[in-house]
Design a binder for this molecule. Sequence first.
Ligand code: CTP
Length: 431
Amino acid sequence: MSPLLGQRILLGISAGIAAYKSAHLARLLKKAGAEVRVVMTDGAQAFITPLTLQALTGEAVRTSLLDPEAEAGMGHIELARWADTLLVAPATADLMARLAHGHADDLLTTLNLASDARRVMAPAMNQAMWRHPATQRNAERLASDGWQLLGPAAGDQACGDVGPGRMLEPEEIVTALTVGESAGQGGDASANASGPAAGLTITLTAGPTREPLDPVRYLTNHSSGKMGYALAASAARLGARVRLISGPVSLATPPGVERIDVETAEQMHAAALRLAVDSDAFIGCAAVADYRAAAPAEHKLKKRDDAESLTLELVKNPDIIAAVAALPAAQRPLVVGFAAETQDLEHYAQDKLTRKGLDMIVANDVSLAGQGFGADHNAALLLWRRPDATTPGRHQTATLTKTELADTILHHLLERLSARQASDPHTQDTP
Ligand code: CTP
């Protein structure tokens, strides 16, 4: 039986090109057994007509707050109370801003204020608009207000750009709603109070960084982000509040995860330090570029006919995980790093554990076929510091899928956290 059977879903559609996908979304929701009513903003009607949605849902579509005829039927407060879930797809940058600031200047924003339904949105916009600090601020505020943000995904955009901002596919949105529903989740994963990580906040970095050389070129690496995203998904399933600081990847945001998109190591460093201080654990899974261009060119570098070589001056990037590990004790989360090595795995991993001041490190040999960057399977060696011992704790995993490995790493992380809590005098009962 579908967990959406009998669920009352109020589908809000705002003015994005992805609105054409909302018709398919409405159909899928109906097919899953949900009752669906639709509210469209003025702008949304330029992309898709209310009549289409009315035909698909069998219900009159609401478009205006000040519509005496519609209000005489089901008034807006009644509609707000009717909904189990308020699902906004697509959510444009403008709508996100209005919702984040508590506006009530049209029907959809008014319903948001008047309803205590579960709130889920699928943002969709141009990649630069999504990356803009104002939109990122609004996304963070909405997540802390209890909105579950699904996506956006990265990829080709209608405007010709490539990057994050695509609305998740309707099938992915329905799956995410189903997962949240069957796990008994509310607006975000942290509401899943029954998981072993309930009440914990875990911040992660994932994917590559991109260091500009000029407006059209950059330095990067082959990191796919799969391991970091698997860890974020696993942590959310276990009930943690999860914040994923992501370099550019083409992966959908796992359900219940707050995603903060960055490009450069310096941006990742700033986001990590901002979020680490109120986290219980920090996992550095990103493949951070160790160097960036000393001075990225303002204009496209031109090929020179009179020179056979080009020398780039690079400067060191900050070591993000070492900076988090060096935070003062009161602000410092448990810190878990990764080491991808091609030789002397244990030796280099142990050196990184000590040199960067980490609590635990996950090491894997990327020279073995089918492991590491882009692969779906991985075997890892876990090493952790033991306060009373000279050698670290050690666990070698079998070859696992990235999801299984993520679950194993989180299991060890939770053990380390409870060991830390047990030895922390501030968390012990006074005699
Ligand atoms: N890391 C980081 N910031 C950096 C470089 C690495 O946070 N500027 C983190 C990675 O996310 C990972 C760990 O440090 O958790 C180890 O990354 P790795 O690239 O292996 O470390 P490096 O210090 O760059 O060592 P190497 O000389 O092997 O490249």
